[in-house]
Design a protein around this ligand. Structure first.
Ligand code: ZN
Length: 283
């Protein structure tokens, strides 16, 4: 099953068709993504008998983030060994976790105004929490995940790295720095929930590629470790880390420029498409 939002309302998606769950269920399922994910088992049951005659065509740019305003956004740094190495770090023994503040979360297709500094790309697979929970055992962790989606952890490197120690969260939370989508896909519908191929291209050039099976801390391990400390809430997002190939570790470094188009694809899910534009006046 594939789910997302259109105009802020929770939808199921099949190909280029979207079904508004609140309308199609006669109000049985709420239209708000957080409320729908809070009764995830009921959504899944209802979906089995949903009447798709009420679906309508939807264009990719009409889809919003699968969860437009999550309450918690976890993001994991250095979760792929080659990226840890290119960044100059030893792979961590515990996940290195920061947040992307929820105001940066946007839908799958759009423009991003470049703030002053050096803006870089990081393709990531993002877990969308459904049932959630506290102190979830790793063996039960996938049951807490409603779906996986595509994300970009856009990052302004000057502010991120200027201090000692560096701070991640603010410089990764400018408006538009957390595009996600186009839909979230339930783990049972993916070719292999633990081994998905992904790649990011910049104006057609492949800049990052990898497989989620290369994570140091896989999704179920992250859910267990994060929930050991923070109760995971319906609709929370977990950005699971990026592989090698980010721009600031290239020789010479390479950053996003106005007019460039970044496309981020994950096998079995879909793609994001961000076009970068010059900073707006008055920032
Ligand atoms: Zn990242």
């Amino acid at each position: 099953m594939r789910f997302g939002t259109v105009e802020g309302r929770f939808v199921l998606v099949d190909g280029d068709r979207a079904l508004d769950v609140a309308t199609a269920s006669g109000g049985e399922i709420p239209s708000d993504a957080l409320a729908a994910l809070a009764q995830w088992d009921a959504v899944r049951e209802w979906a089995k008998r949903a009447d798709w005659a009420l679906a309508r065509d939807v264009r990719p740019e009409e889809l919003g983030a699968p969860v437009p305003m999550p309450r918690q956004v976890f993001a994991v740094a250095l979760n792929y060994r080659p990226h840890a190495a290119e960044a100059g770090y030893v792979p961590p023994e515990e996940p290195l976790v920061f947040t992307k503040f929820p105001s940066c979360i946007t839908g799958p297709v759009g423009t991003v105004a470049l703030p002053p500094g050096h803006v870089d790309w990081e393709i990531e697979v993002v877990a969308v929490i459904g049932r959630g929970g506290y102190r979830i055992d790793r063996s039960q962790a996938w049951d807490a995940v409603a779906g996986l989606t595509v994300g970009q952890d856009l990052s302004e490197r000057v502010y991120q790295l200027q201090g000692t120690p560096p701070q991640f969260s603010l410089a990764k939370s400018h408006p538009g720095f957390g595009p996600v989508g186009p839909v979230a896909v339930t783990p049972d519908e993916l070719p292999d929930r633990d081994d998905l191929a992904f790649e990011a291209t910049l104006d057609g050039e492949v800049v990052q590629h990898g497989r989620t099976s290369e994570m140091i801390f896989p999704v179920d391990d992250l859910v267990a470790r994060l929930s050991a400390i923070c109760p995971l809430l319906p609709g929370d997002l977990i950005f699971t880390g990026t592989p090698a190939g980010v721009g600031n570790r290239r020789t010479p470094p390479r950053f996003l420029r106005a007019g460039e188009v970044l496309v981020s694809r994950v096998e079995g899910i879909g793609e994001l498409r961000q076009t970068f534009v010059a900073p707006t006046n008055g920032r």
